[in-house]
Ligand binder design. Structure first.
Ligand SMILES: NC(=O)c1ccc[n+]([C@@H]2O[C@H](COP(=O)([O-])OP(=O)(O)OC[C@H]3O[C@@H](n4cnc5c(N)ncnc54)[C@H](OP(=O)(O)O)[C@@H]3O)[C@@H](O)[C@H]2O)c1
Length: 393
C-alpha cells in the first residue's frame, strides 16, 4: 500500500504532540507522521514521539522496516530557508500546522508573538507540496472566535471572528491567531476559485480547528507549563489571580478530531471541491473555581490539598490598574463557546431511514481530563502537590 505522509508542525508541543501521538498510534499503518520541528536533534523533546511509534509497532507486531515517524526541520522564525521548508512538506498528503508562539505577555509582542506566527503560517501556505497535499489543517484557537465586543449573553460559534483583540489592548496572542486564521481562510477561498477555473488543479481541503483551553496528560515535562499550567497551579495552591471563566477541552479530543478529519479527507473522492471549514472544539464553559472543585472531588487525588487560590479583592483591584484591557476583560467577562458543531459533523443521516448515525466523535468528560492532567504531572513529571492537613496536624 502506498505510504501517506502527514506533516505536523509543532509536534513537540502539548497539542501538536497529542495530534502526532494519536496519528502514530491510531491512524492506518501506512501513514507516516513527519514531525516538523525547529530542533531535530533534541532527543528529549522527541522521545515521547519515538515511544508512541514503538508502542504501535509492538502492538501490531510489525518490523521497523517502514518507519512510522520521520523528523524534519521547520522553524517559524527562519525566513531564509526555503529549501528546508519545501523538504519539510515534500510529498505530504496532509499538513497539520500547529506550531505557534504561545505567549500572553511580552514587551516585544509584535516581533515575538505576532510576526513569527504570521510569517510561519505564510511559509506553510507558500511551501505546501501542491502536487500531493489534499488537506491543510490549521490549528487555530477560540482566541480567533471569542470577541470582547460582544455582550456576555452571546454564545460564540464558528460564525464568529475575534474583532476586538489588538496589540494596543494587550492581546497579541488573540490578534495573531485571528490574523493567521484569516490568512488561511483567504488562501482556501483562492484555492477554491483555482479549482473551479482550472480542471487540472489538485483540490485542496482546508480546515481550521479552534480548541478551547486544552487539558489532558502532559507528554513531556515542558507541557506541564503549557495550558495544563492551570492544573499545576491548583496542585501547588498557587494564585490564579481571579476566578476567570474558561472554555475547556481535552487535547486528546482535539487530536482524535484531527485524525478523523484527516482520515475522511483521504477516504473521500479526490475531485470534490470543498470550501473552508471551521470547528470550535469546546467541551464545557466553567469557572476556574468550578474546575478546582471537580479536581478536589477526584478520588485519585483525595490525599492532596487541591484548590483554586485567587488574589484578595483589594490586591486584585490594585493590580487591575496595571493590567492591560485584555486581562481586565478576561477576568470580568463570561464568554460561552459552543462546541456542538464538531460533534454533529461526525453524525450522518442514514439515507434510507433518515436516522442519525453517530460515527464516533464526542467529548471526554472534563473530570477525566482534569484527573489525567493532574496524575501525569504527579506520577511522570515529579510534581508534588501539597498534602491535605490531617486532623492531628
Ligand atoms: N494549549 C491550548 O490550550 C491551546 C488552545 C487552542 C489552540 N492552541 C494552539 O495549539 C498550538 C500549540 O499550542 P500548545 O499549547 O501546544 O503550545 P506549546 O506546547 O508551547 O507548543 C508550541 C509548539 O510550537 C513550536 N514552536 C514555537 N516556536 C517555534 C519556532 N520558532 N519554530 C518551530 N516551531 C516552533 C514549539 O516548538 P518547541 O517544542 O521547540 O518549543 C511547540 O512544538 C498553537 O498553535 C496554539 O495556538 C492551544
Amino acid at each position: 500500500m502506498e505510504r501517506v505522509v502527514v506533516c505536523v508542525t509543532g509536534a513537540t508541543g502539548f497539542v501538536g504532540g497529542h495530534i502526532a501521538v494519536e496519528l502514530l498510534k491510531s491512524a492506518p499503518f501506512h501513514w507516516v507522521v513527519r514531525a516538523c520541528v525547529r530542533c531535530s536533534a533534541d532527543d528529549a523533546k522527541l522521545s515521547f514521539l519515538r515511544a508512541a511509534e514503538q508502542e504501535r509497532e509492538q502492538k501490531e507486531g510489525r518490523a521497523a522496516a517502514c518507519a512510522r515517524l520521520e523528523i524534519a526541520r521547520f522553524d517559524i522564525d527562519d525566513d531564509n530557508n526555503e529549501q528546508q521548508d519545501r523538504d519539510a512538506f515534500r510529498d505530504a498528503a496532509i499538513v497539520v500546522h500547529a506550531a505557534a508562539k504561545v505567549a500572553f505577555e511580552s514587551s516585544q509582542a509584535d516581533t515575538e508573538i505576532v510576526q513569527p506566527s504570521l510569517r510561519g503560517t505564510q511559509r506553510v501556505l507558500m511551501h505546501l507540496d501542491r502536487s500531493t497535499t489534499r488537506l491543510l489543517l490549521f490549528l487555530s484557537s477560540i482566541a480567533a472566535v471569542r470577541s470582547f465586543d460582544q455582550p456576555d449573553t452571546h454564545v460564540f460559534t464558528e460564525a464568529d471572528w475575534n474583532s476586538w483583540s489588538t496589540l494596543a489592548n494587550g492581546d497579541a496572542y488573540g490578534y495573531a491567531k485571528t490574523a493567521a486564521e484569516r490568512m488561511v481562510r483567504d488562501f482556501a477561498q483562492a484555492e477554491l476559485q483555482k479549482q473551479q477555473q482550472h480542471r487540472g488543479h489538485v483540490p485542496l481541503q482546508v480546515v481550521s480547528v479552534n480548541p478551547g483551553v486544552c487539558l489532558g496528560p502532559a507528554l513531556a515535562k515542558a507541557h506541564t507549563k503549557a495550558s495544563p499550567l492551570i492544573v499545576r497551579q491548583m496542585l501547588f495552591a498557587n494564585s490564579l489571580v481571579a476566578d476567570q471563566q474558561l472554555a475547556v477541552v481535552d487535547a486528546r479530543d482535539v487530536a482524535r478530531f484531527v485524525r478523523m478529519v484527516a482520515e475522511r479527507a483521504l477516504a473521500g473522492p479526490s475531485a470534490t471541491y470543498v470550501d473552508y471549514q471551521r470547528f470550535v472544539l469546546v467541551c464545557d464553559n466553567l469557572l476556574l473555581s468550578e474546575l478546582a472543585a471537580l479536581l478536589h472531588n477526584c478520588a485519585d487525588l483525595a490525599q492532596y490539598d487541591v484548590r483554586a487560590v485567587f488574589d484578595h479583592p483589594f490586591k486584585l483591584w490594585c493590580k487591575s490598574w496595571l493590567m492591560s484591557p485584555f486581562w481586565r476583560e478576561s477576568f470580568a467577562r463570561r464568554c460561552v463557546l459552543d462546541g456542538s458543531h464538531a460533534v454533529s459533523e461526525f453524525r450522518q443521516a442514514e439515507s434510507a431511514s433518515g436516522v442519525e448515525v453517530d460515527t464516533g466523535f464526542s467529548y471526554t468528560d472534563i473530570r477525566d481530563s482534569l484527573r489525567d492532567t493532574a496524575l501525569t504531572m504527579i506520577r511522570e513529571f515529579g510534581i508534588t502537590p501539597r498534602a491535605k492537613a490531617t486532623a492531628a496536624s
